[in-house]
Design a protein around this ligand. Sequence first.
Ligand code: IMP
Ligand code: MG
Length: 433
Amino acid sequence: MMKIILGGQWGDEGKGKVIDYLAGKAELVVRFQGGSNAGHTVVHDGKTHKFHLLPSGVVQKKRSLIGAGVVLDPRVLIQEINEFGGLTQSELGIDFRTSIIMPWHGLLDIAREGLKKEKIGTTGRGIGPAYEEKASRDGIRFCDLIDEKKLKERISEIYPFRKKLLHGIYQVEVPEQESIFMQYANIGKQLASYATDVSLEVNEAYAAGKNILLEGAQGVLLDLSFGSYPFVTSSQTIAGGACVGAGVSPKIIDEIEGVVKAYTTRVGGGPFPTELLGAEEELGNTIRDKGNEYGTTTGRKRRIGWLDLPLLRYAHRLNGFTGFHYTKLDVLGGVEKLKVATAHEHAGKKFETPSREFEFLGEWKPVYKTLPGFEELSREEWREVVRESKEKGLKALPKNAFEYIKFVEGELKIPTKTVSLGPAREETIFVNH
Ligand code: IMP
Ligand code: MG
């Protein structure tokens, strides 16, 4: 069984947690796009793991793969492997084609952002410049990193141009060529044993009837082509990106599940129609603190907003979701009235799913449905809800929390797979279908 897990909004939906519990029944977990701009949090056994590059399946001790569609910062990877306490070559594999992030990529990312009139809010991890270099066919790949001779050749070929660019245009100093080579050759030696053919492994595992999870990073609305351009990341975050990045045929994808936060957040710049601003800003601050809505990678405050059904319908059109995992419903406890955008207006026209209107995302006026809120429960009370859910399913939720999920489910007609009521693996309601 091949299942893709994607962020249904602007990232930070809680994919790490969802992947972690789904990984219990999987044999392979594969990251297929993005890089260390991602921040996936997994809480288990009282321990909080924060991953930028490692697939979240490592906590469940499942073989974890990094596919060719990823841009990999090997310095971050080594740090993460060490923090995790080491990973053997049977626990981690990296596609030999994976693009490598080099020191000039981060420098370029930050220098360019600095000159932009409207900031994208890049994480500055070199993601965009690394994908550019890949597309211009200059990039260094994992198979080059782990072969000293090739690495030397590749660095000699591109370094002088990167140095000129950074120095001449942006007045930024780059470390010396030889020191970069020495550092990366050494890193290459440490990582060499992880080299594999992810596409082959995934296809073989599928043919052998194994369960495979393809773990997305960021979210649909940050997709390079279909997101809120230019306020997007530089990879394909939609379902098609999983096939491109892991090297599998769309014909063998069985399930495509979205992770959707019970409200919406966005970090960085760009339009956000349902953002809690003005009179609602205080409430936004409360939700931010209760939900710990601060970036895993950058620590930045996330912007907070109401759930947006037209954007979820748009996401569904791009992905063909077969199910949703709702996260952080507990965070909305104690909010008196819950608003959900059911449509938007633009240029005097009301619409439920955007088409050309998407171009004017920043000008949308949300049309809200207001639902009654539910009470704030303690961690222990939420855990009691989870225990009861084993018999009652979603009906174990406080009545208005149940109605909230049912309303959204009824509008979108996408089956609910799980509802998450806390950060830990156990704090989850599984819905049987
Ligand atoms: P970049 O991919 O680091 O260049 O960032 C581009 C935009 O995507 C910025 O608005 C970031 O805040 C956003 N972004 C990138 N990665 C993530 C993520 O994992 N979660 C949420 N937002 C992200
Ligand atoms: Mg995140």
